[in-house]
Structures are given as structure tokens and as C-alpha cells.
Write a protein that binds this ligand. Structure first.
Ligand code: N01
Length: 541
């Protein structure tokens, strides 16, 4: 089968394909599965030596998904849904990686995945109407390219003076050694207090001799209440998967909560009713906490009330008032990615756990023996960078992509990422981004979001094939309209009020633009509508 350009799946040039997919995480694997099933000659290139993406790289102690297991899985094959057994309410990284491997084996995906292959350049060849991908293993040509490169796949390692002089080992949570790390007997420094650190700190603290956490911004976190998955609950999901998946898709973050979403305003409730509702959700655990009211990320007064509830909890959990004060955030709650934890605040009651506030006086430098803040050296044997990612755009921009007329994606996105629907970019024909900037992506449950994007792309490729259309490209006006739309939706919320990675604010020099689009169901509707309306906003040639 071919896309009409003479390149067949049985073609003699092994490096020429209908579609090259970049990345073998959940997005890349599902893209390959789907396109192969539709008769396209698709190949995946992946820099790692195996599948799993995020779950391949993020092997830090305590790494676990914040989305509940029964909802963080593929829905495309009912047989797969039925046969896979999850063991905990939230799956740990090893279990999710086992699942990714199971999927790769079950559908024989590896035969079309070229591992240990890093993309170095991606250029649109105008005359041949093809993409040319230069990798460290040779050149690939394809009519279409699908960037399944993940939203959090390029690590952010801040430049600290003297970092290279440190005598001990250093680790980044997003690039953890596969053989694991033994911290027993060591004094460990952790830099950062985001989601990764919130998960890793209690586990590292349980193992090491001394733990010193360097905190720039205190974080709100809500108990996850992880536990073994109740077999009856698993059976219930398996018996009702179709209805429950439909329910997930109707939710703004594409996941069903344990307690119903309530849409009233937090600021309107009496003291007792407010506290009862919050307490119940604190006990149930998970993101349902943020769904107690409809306006937590919309109204500053309501937000402050919910934030104060968590601040009071920190005061109750942490014994030392000085430590509690340092751990207490004062910014808007949930405008950064909310964290879920297992004994995070409790960990700071342990005598061997120390907290260094680097908000007013940043880390000055790294010395051979430790971390220096405000002239004081904190000796550590090992440093864990839990400092996050150059999110959403970092990986795409590092691939040196040039489109029509040799225009660099980096230049086109100079003032922040510009896409149409988070799927296409003007001037970059036949290039699709899965969970790209401008789509719900990281504000939603990633696997359903990925499936929605890949299904849309697959339908589009089939439509193009049937019409013998060779290129599809976002129109500049449609792209401009979409960028305005994403900003307008974000401006209705409190999201832009924090220095978050959603805005690119964690990377020095990165343009601040709110990158994901809040609201999954209306987005899905728009995508359907665009496709049904002859791909409105895309030029077909
Ligand atoms: O990264 P982060 P992360 N000096 O950017 C600090 C997903 N995730 O890896 O807040 C000192 O959130 C920085 O401080 P500040 C999830 O979407 C999912 O933890 O910028 N500190 C912050 O505390 C999450 O949001 C799961 O002031 C510095 C920390 O480093 C995303 O990944 C689990 C610094 C970085 O926090 C990223 O989380 C884990 C400096 N120079 C992660 N630079 C799931 O459960 C940065 N920091 C699915």
C-alpha cells in the first residue's frame, strides 16, 4: 500500500517510507500500530534502546503515575484491556514500563522500531515533497513525519557554577541509571521540589544517611493514597470499560474522579460545608481534591481558600513550625502542575532530612564537596537534579527542523510555539505533532489524549490517500487564530499567574507563552469538526 507517491511498503529503498514516526513512547507505539493496520509503511526511530518513552527514562526512586492505573492505559483493543492486570491504584514506573513492553511484544511493534537512533536534522525537501531525516544511523525519507516526541523528554539541568567540579555522582530524575542507585550510607542533596522530587524525596530519605533538599519554590501536594488495587474495582472497570472510557472522554482532563466533580464556587460555601468537602477529598486522595469546586483555577478568592486548606494541613503534619513555614507555599494553588504524594510533608519530620530555602539566595555554586548557598557549603556525597524539563518545545527544537523555504522551526517559534490544533504548523507540511503545544496534552490524561491525536492523524492520512492528496499544511491564518484561542482560554484561568513550565518560565530565556490548551472535550469536538469540514484551516494540495 502506498500514499500515492510511488513509495510502497515493499519498496526497495529501506530508508524511504510513507511515514517516519519519531519516538517509541506510548504515542509512537500507538501511531505505528494504527498506521501499520491501515496499510501504511511506517517506521519509528527512537534514541533509547527500547520502548516506553517517559517511563523508559524516568526510573527515579518513587516514580509513579499520578493518573490511576485503570485509566492510564490504551483503550484501542478490548482484548488488551481485559488481559492486563494492574496491581496498584497508581502504577509505579516498573509496572508501566512492563505494560509498554507487553504492548510492543503483543503487536510485534519492535520489528519497525529502529532503536538507538537519534534524529539530528529534519528538512522538508520541496522538490520531492518529502521529509528528510538525518540521524546518527543514516538518512530516512518519508512523505509524512509524526513527532511522537513527548511533552517532557528534554531534561533541564540548570547551569550552576562549579557543577563539573563536584566529586560525587550526579543524577537527573528524567535520565536515571537503569541499574538503579544505592544511596544507603550516603548524604544526598536533592535540587527541586516539583512532582518528581515530591515522589522521590520520601523514598530517597528512607534509604540515605542524610538528605538535604534545596527548595526554590515550596509546592502544594495532596496525598495520593496509593494502595493495592481492589480486585472488585478492577473487575468493575473491565466489565464496564466502554461506558467508563466514554465517561473519561467527557471529562475536561480525560479522567474520571473517585468523587463527582462539583461545579459550585469555593468562595460561596459556609465554613463547615467547605471543610467537610475538603476533608473528604483529602482522605480519598488524588486529583479529585481539585474537583471539589468548579472555580479552583478560575477564581482567585476560591483558589486562595483551597490553598489555605492545604497550608493548614502542612502546619498539622509538620512538627517543627519553622520547617512548616519553609514548606508552605503562598502562590496560587494548581496553577503549576498539582502534585500527589506519599508522605512528602511527613518526611521533613525526620531528623536526618534538612531543607535549604534557595528562593531569596539562589544556589551560588557547586563545590567538589557539596552545594554552596549564601556562603555556606552543604556537604553531600551525591546530587539529584529534580529540576524538570524543557517542556513541550525542547525536544522538537533540538531536532533542527526546517520547513518550506528552509525556514527553521526555531525561528517560526521565536515568540513561542505556534500550531494549529497542536497538530500542524504553518510552513511545515505533512508534519504532525502528537500532544503538541496548543493541544490539551499535559492538562489531560496523556494516553487518551495521545489516542485522540493519533486517531485524528490516521483518519487524515487515509483521507489524503483516498483523494490522492500529497500535502496537508496548516494555513497561517488558522494557526494565528489558534494561538489566539489558546491564549484566550488560558487567560480565563489562573494558570498564567505562576512561573510554571506550562509557560516555559522554568527555562532561562524561553519565551513565556502558555503552551497547553485547557479543556479536553471541546477540543475533541473542534478536531472532529475540522476534519469533517474538509480539514478546515489546512491547505490540501
Ligand atoms: O519538574 P518541575 P518535575 N535552582 O519543573 C526546581 C510530570 N511528572 O520533573 O518551582 C533551584 O515540576 C524548580 O523550582 P521552581 C508532571 O507533569 C509526572 O518535578 O521553578 N531549583 C522545581 O521545584 C510534572 O509537572 C509524574 O522555583 C530549581 C523543580 O526544580 C513534570 O513531569 C511524576 C532550579 C522542577 O520541577 C515535571 O516535574 C513526575 C534552580 N536553578 C513528573 N531550576 C506523574 O505522576 C529548577 N528548579 C505522571
Amino acid at each position: 500500500m502506498s500514499t500515492g507517491d510511488g513509495v510502497s511498503s515493499n519498496g526497495h529503498e529501506p530508508s524511504v517510507h510513507d511515514v517516519v514516526v519519531v519516538g517509541a513512547g506510548f504515542a509512537g507505539m500507538y501511531t505505528l500500530y494504527t498506521l501499520r493496520g491501515l496499510g501504511f509503511d511506517a517506521v519509528v526511530v527512537e534514541r533509547a534502546d527500547d520502548v516506553g518513552g517517559t517511563w523508559y527514562w524516568n526510573r527515579y526512586p518513587g516514580a509513579r503515575c499520578d493518573v490511576e492505573s485503570m485509566q492510564y492505559s490504551y483503550s484501542f483493543d478490548p482484548a488488551l484491556e481485559q488481559e492486563w492486570e494492574w496491581s496498584e491504584r497508581y502504577s509505579g514506573q516498573p509496572e508501566i514500563l512492563r505494560y509498554a513492553n507487553h504492548v510492543a511484544d503483543r503487536y510485534d511493534l519492535r520489528r519497525d522500531i529502529h532503536f538507538e537512533t537519534t534524529v539530528q536534522r529534519v528538512d522538508w525537501d520541496e522538490d520531492a515533497c518529502r521529509w528528510v531525516l538525518q540521524t546518527d544511523r543514516g538518512t530516512y525519507r518519508a512523505r509524512f513525519v509524526v513527532m511522537a516526541t513527548g511533552c517532557l523528554s528534554t531534561t533541564n539541568v540548570p547551569r550552576f557554577d562549579g557543577a563539573e567540579t563536584f566529586a560525587g555522582p550526579t543524577f537527573h530524575t528524567g535520565n536515571w541509571p537503569h541499574e538503579g542507585v544505592d544511596f544507603s550510607g550516603l548524604s544526598v542533596g536533592v535540587i527541586g521540589t516539583g512532582s518528581s522530587a515530591v515522589q522521590a524525596i520520601p523514598v530517597i530519605a528512607a534509604e540515605c544517611r542524610e538528605l538535604t533538599v534545596f527548595q526554590r519554590t515550596p509546592n502544594y501536594t495532596v496525598p495520593a493514597r496509593n494502595q493495592p488495587l481492589d480486585p472488585d474495582e478492577q473487575a468493575h472497570w473491565k466489565q464496564n470499560y466502554r461506558e467508563l472510557r466514554a465517561e473519561m472522554f467527557a471529562q475536561r482532563a480525560a479522567m474520571v474522579q473517585r468523587l463527582p466533580d462539583i461545579e459550585d464556587a469555593a468562595k460561596d460555601l459556609g465554613e463547615q460545608e467547605f471543610n467537610e468537602r475538603m476533608e473528604e477529598r483529602w482522605e480519598v486522595g488524588g486529583f479529585t481534591f481539585y474537583r471539589a469546586f468548579g472555580d479552583v483555577v478560575l477564581d482567585a478568592e476560591s483558589n486562595e481558600r483551597v490553598a489555605q486548606f492545604v497550608r493548614d494541613k502542612i502546619g498539622e503534619v509538620v512538627d517543627d513550625p519553622e520547617m512548616a513555614a519553609k514548606l508552605t507555599p503562598h502562590n496560587t494553588i494548581a496553577c503549576k502542575r498539582p502534585c500527589l504524594d506519599t508522605n512528602y510533608y511527613e518526611t521533613f519530620n525526620q531528623p536526618h532530612v534538612h531543607l535549604v530555602d534557595v528562593s531569596a539566595t539562589p544556589i551560588e555554586r557547586i563545590s567538589p564537596a557539596g552545594v554552596v548557598v549564601d556562603g555556606t557549603e552543604y556537604p553531600v556525597d551525591a546530587i539529584v537534579y529534580a529540576t524538570g524539563f524543557d517542556a513541550m518545545t525542547g525536544t522538537l527544537l533540538r531536532m533542527n527542523i526546517t520547513g518550506r523555504g528552509g525556514v527553521r522551526l526555531a525561528d517560526h517559534w521565536d515568540a513561542g510555539p505556534r500550531t494549529y490544533l497542536g497538530l500542524g504548523v504553518a510552513g511545515f507540511p505533512n508534519m504532525f505533532t502528537v500532544s503538541g503545544p496548543g493541544s490539551p496534552s499535559v492538562l489531560s490524561n496523556m494516553i487518551p489524549s495521545i489516542e485522540q491525536h493519533v486517531d485524528w492523524i490516521a483518519r487524515c492520512l487515509v483521507d489524503l490517500r483516498e483523494r490522492s492528496t500529497t500535502t496537508i499544511e496548516a494555513e497561517p491564518d488558522a494557526e494565528a487564530y489558534w494561538v489566539d484561542h489558546v491564549n484566550a482560554v488560558a487567560d480565563l484561568t489562573l494558570y498564567p499567574t505562576c512561573n510554571s513550565w506550562y509557560l516555559g518560565a522554568n527555562i532561562p530565556g524561553k519565551t513565556r507563552v502558555f503552551m497547553p490548551l485547557p479543556g479536553f472535550p471541546p477540543y475533541v469536538e473542534i478536531c472532529e469538526d475540522v476534519a469533517s469540514d474538509n480539514y478546515r484551516g489546512f491547505a490540501l494540495a
